[in-house]
Design a binder for this molecule. Sequence first.
Ligand SMILES: [Zn+2]
Length: 136
Amino acid sequence: MKPEKIDLQNAYPCPRCKRGQLQAIVLTEAFGCDRCSQIFGLTEDNLMLEQLSTSYPYKKAWQWTGNVWKDQSRSLSDNYLPLALVFVLVSLLVISVLLVFQHNRDPGVVALLAALLLVTFLLSTVSIWLALRNRI
Ligand SMILES: [Zn+2]
């Protein structure tokens, strides 16, 4: 399914409410829905329809495949890899700390590892928060 160029002369179904019709707004490069009143803009190559919205830090976007809109918005699945990496790193660190705890009772080493664990935990929390912040 190749994306087709979006033509301002054509009528399209609304990708948001699915029931309205998109109509070109006169003198603009934008579409408006006659039902939900959402306004959509086109990307420069006319291949992508973007919802114009100021209340979100990201944009919902769609590509036209000839008869349906294909959602191009970034989803949570984009974050699976970094999230998985973070979880693996944290688990590895926890396991190594536990192993060291079993074999080494040197308070200096234990304190260092505890600090390292804390920093890693904070870093992963921050990165997960950053990754999720733009998606909700
Ligand atoms: Zn609509």
